[in-house]
Design a protein around this ligand. Structure first.
Ligand SMILES: *Cc1c(COP(=O)(O)O)cnc(C)c1O
Length: 407
């Protein structure tokens, strides 16, 4: 085996307690051997095709491009993947890997619940026991996803420590793994965490970019993706990282606007270098180096850190970082719904907002591809509350009365 590099420039690494070194090295070796094994790759390909529904289409957004009057917009429809987002690409890859390693139990963290749903789905399909750690605050806010996870047979374990959200769920999952790693695989959900996760998650998500490379029968001038932890972006960008073109644009959550606590912008001097949850990267930190709260209308972009490879690519300028506010994302959601009949996930709508701006600036004949990392059905409780509040509230009250009457 070639020497495996745990770092991306200054970022990444494996800053974990001694007890987790063993399981991470075991995972690294298993991953490196699996991605060279034709049997593993053909199992993965079959899973991608028949279970996930790959390849996902690359659609020309004809009406939108005409209305905006600049560059052409194409949309990579990851939202058409089973369970509604790109998260399943990574969940499937890691679940198959765990099975190959002889593990029988999967644990995962989830914030908004999308990664939990994808993981629980892959585990149901592969017959693996599944435990999802989720903050009690997130369980309260994301009831529909808890329902789906349990329907897939997963156990959702409430986490009550700290702020009872995603970072606490990650800590709880690592704690579980410390005692259970013999039979358990920790299926981490984004391109971050201690090595080998950032590398492995990018590899499993690179199917997005590899398909685009085949599907695009035109010169690509720019790729645009939203960035939470960074898994959809790095997977989408991955085949182009070593090339000078196209422009690669990562879009962070601008939230309510400027000011710490109002957004989740970590790049462009907003974040500080730190080591959190096992890896070195840019984070939103206070003076003491403690992680700060973030805000975004989209639960998936609401994260204080960014994947180490994205941090490095941003630092050396290969990836440009922009931001879109809550309102810009909502406007983009409405724009593509009306003009293309597509519902972007609230996360992906941030990328859509940046693509709209970019298309207007570009000459006709230039081509932008935006990654629709997920579809927006899951966001109905957020989008309808904002865009159709009176009717939506009435509907929810009526539903609640109906349930009362039935029981
Ligand atoms: C989770 C999620 C994201 C953010 O995660 P990344 O790791 O940055 O891709 C983006 N879009 C959707 C639809 C998600 O569910």
């Amino acid at each position: 085996m070639d020497k495996y590099n745990n770092f991306f420039g200054d970022f990444g690494g494996r800053y974990v307690p001694e007890v987790l070194r063993g399981p991470l090295i075991e995972l690294e070796e298993a991953y490196i051997s699996a991605i060279k094994d034709p049997k593993f790759l053909s199992d993965l390909k079959d899973f991608q095709k028949n279970f996930i529904g790959r390849p996902t289409p690359l659609l020309y957004a004809e009406n939108s491009s005409r209305i905006l009057g600049g560059g052409n917009i194409y949309i990579k429809l990851e939202g058409l993947a089973n369970t509604g987002a790109h998260k399943i690409n990574n969940a499937a890859g890691q679940a198959l890997l765990a099975k190959r390693m002889g593990k029988t139990r999967i644990i995962a963290e989830t914030g908004a619940g999308q990664h939990g749903v994808a993981t629980a789905s892959a585990c149901a399909r592969l017959g693996l026991e599944c435990v999802i750690y989720m903050g009690v605050e997130d369980i309260r806010r994301q009831r529909p996803n808890v329902y789906w996870m349990e329907l897939f047979g997963a156990e959702v374990r409430p986490v009550k420590s700290g702020s009872s959200t995603l970072k606490d769920a990650v800590n709880a999952a690592f704690r579980d793994w410390t005692g259970s790693c013999k039979k358990t695989h920790y299926l981490l959900g984004s391109a971050l965490g201690p090595s080998p996760y950032p590398d492995m998650v990018r590899e499993f998500q690179s199917v997005i970019g590899n398909e685009v490379k085949v599907q695009a029968d035109f010169t690509i001038d720019a790729l645009v993706a939203c960035v939470g932890g960074g898994s959809n972006a790095i997977g989408f960008f991955s085949p182009f990282l070593e090339e000078e073109d196209p422009r690669l644009i990562g879009v962070e959550a601008g939230g309510r606007g400027e000011g710490l606590g109002n957004n989740a912008v970590r790049m462009n001097d907003s974040g500080k270098t730190g080591i959190v949850q096992g890896y070195k990267s840019y984070f939103l930190l206070d003076e003491d180096g403690q992680v700060l709260p973030t805000h975004s209308i989209s639960a998936g972009l609401d994260y204080p850190g960014i994947g180490p490879q994205l941090a490095e690519l941003g630092k050396r300028g290969r990836i440009e970082f922009q931001k879109a506010t809550d309102n810009e994302a909502l406007e983009a959601l409405k724009f593509f719904a009306k003009n293309e009949g597509l519902i972007f996930a609230m996360e992906s709508a941030h990328a859509a907002a940046a693509a709209i701006k970019l298309a207007k600036e570009m000459e006709p004949g230039r081509n932008i591809i935006v990654n629709m990392s997920g579809r927006g059905d899951k966001d109905i409780f957020i989008s309808a509350t904002v865009l159709d509040s009176t009717n939506w509230k009435e509907f929810l009250l009526e539903e609640s009365r109906r349930i009362d009457a039935q029981s």
